[in-house]
Design a binder for this molecule. Structure first.
Ligand code: ADP
Ligand code: DP6
Ligand code: CO
Length: 357
């Protein structure tokens, strides 16, 4: 009896232009395009194994060893169903010899090597790894952009983790979402000097999930309307140009401005949402001061902070500045006081190359 099983890993991605808001909550279609950097696999990643077997009774999933319910029309069920459909249409319908894996239930086991639901993008690596593992199990010929359409329906940010390097999620305009997908802006090799420092301020589960937080913002924030119409389109163009030109100063300016505005629309939500804490704000002050000195000396910024839906900071900087930045952070934030120990102190990640592992 053959064994049908595959394992895949996917890294997290950290957005420079933030996704925050859905125009369709079922299909997960965003109110604005977004752009992120996919980190390498050495620090924050999800690893997922999927197995198909006719003797299984139903689809089941374990996350970090605990079974998660696969709700009937929920996101997990949608992703699994869509992947089975592609297996059926693209493989089994064309090759009568191919085993009918689409008819077998699957068991899926996933592990995150970093805190889940703490604002470090576990839903991004998690659903990207899930879709990648099923694509490998089902031997699908699909491209990363095609798979990103499925991963998007698990968690919006997950669509961007199908690529390494610098990645845009184009919001698209079709009602069925087929053009709301991830595309590569530039591969990791285009700008290998770009590094990310992950400062784990807290590994607690956040109080407001991204899903419910952004829904509340869509329903109550007037500032969000200004953001999606007037601000994001110009920033997408600006940061894409900065990446193409390897212009770190422009990249940093736009990245920090967009992190600030994302947290401003969270605050503009009713009731307001606070994802950053005092340590987060102190990290902002430190990076601002570091850049002020650099701007005075050279006219260019040397680091960029960004915060997702949680208090943890990611600092993007060219590798040559990282030693200095790490020593500054250590000086002002002694590890015992400010950081929970996840990677020793924190991780300096490169940008990932992408592709299935
Ligand atoms: P985060 O900031 O970590 O992305 P979210 O609130 O967006 O937080 O999503 C967290 C949820 O994503 C988890 O509660 C879980 O349902 C899902 N998730 C996280 N990791 C995985 C994984 N490896 N496989 C499947 N689902 C996952
Ligand atoms: C602040 O992708 O986690 O990290 O689509 O509801 O699963 P759902 O939300 P999610 O939201 C991520 C929000 C963000 C910004 C970003 O990654 O672009
Ligand atoms: Co998430």
């Amino acid at each position: 009896m053959a064994i049908y099983q595959a394992t895949a890993s996917a890294p997290v991605n950290i957005a420079c232009i933030k996704y925050w808001g859905k125009r369709d909550t079922k299909l997960i279609l965003p109110t604005n395009s977004s752009l992120s950097v996919t980190l390498d696999q050495d620090h924050l990643r999800s690893t997922t194994t999927a197995r198909a077997d006719p003797s299984f009774e139903r689809d089941r999933l374990w996350l970090n060893g605990t079974e998660e319910e696969i709700k009937d029309v929920g996101r997990l069920a949608t992703c699994i169903k869509e992947m089975k459909r592609i297996r059926r249409e693209v493989v089994e319908a064309k090759d009568p010899q191919a085993p009918k894996l689409s008819t077998f239930p699957v068991h899926i086991a996933s592990h995150n090597n970093f805190p889940t639901a703490a604002g470090l993008a576990s839903s991004a690596s998690g659903f990207a790894a899930l879709v990648s593992a099923l694509a490998a199990l089902y031997e699908l010929p699909s491209s990363p952009s095609e798979l990103s359409v499925i991963a998007r329906q698990g968690s919006g940010s997950a669509c961007r983790s199908l690529f390494g390097g610098f990645v845009a999620w184009e919001m698209g305009s079709a009602a069925d979402g087929h053009d709301s997908l991830a595309v590569e802006v530039a591969p990791q090799s285009h700008w290998p000097e770009m590094h990310a420092l992950i400062c784990v301020v807290s590994d607690d589960k956040k109080g407001t999930s991204s899903t419910s937080g952004m829904q509340r913002t869509v329903e109550t924030s007037a500032l969000l309307q200004h953001r999606i119409k007037e601000v994001v389109p110009a920033r997408m163009a600006e940061i894409t140009a900065a990446i193409k030109a390897r212009d770190f100063d422009a990249f940093a300016r736009v990245t920090m401005a967009d992190s600030n505005q994302f947290h401003a629309v969270a605050l503009d939500t009713e009731p307001p949402i606070f994802y950053m804490n005092d340590v987060s704000r102190a990290i902002i002050a430190l990076v601002v001061e570091y850049n002020r000195v650099a701007l005075e000396k050279t006219g260019k910024r040397k680091a960029a902070y960004t915060f997702d839906a949680g208090p943890n900071a990611v600092i993007y900087a060219p590798a040559e500045n990282m030693r200095e930045i790490v020593s500054l952070i250590v000086r002002y934030f002694p590890q015992k006081d400010a950081f929970k120990d996840v990677f020793g102190l924190f991780g300096v990640a490169g940008v990932g190359e992408g592709g299935l592992v």
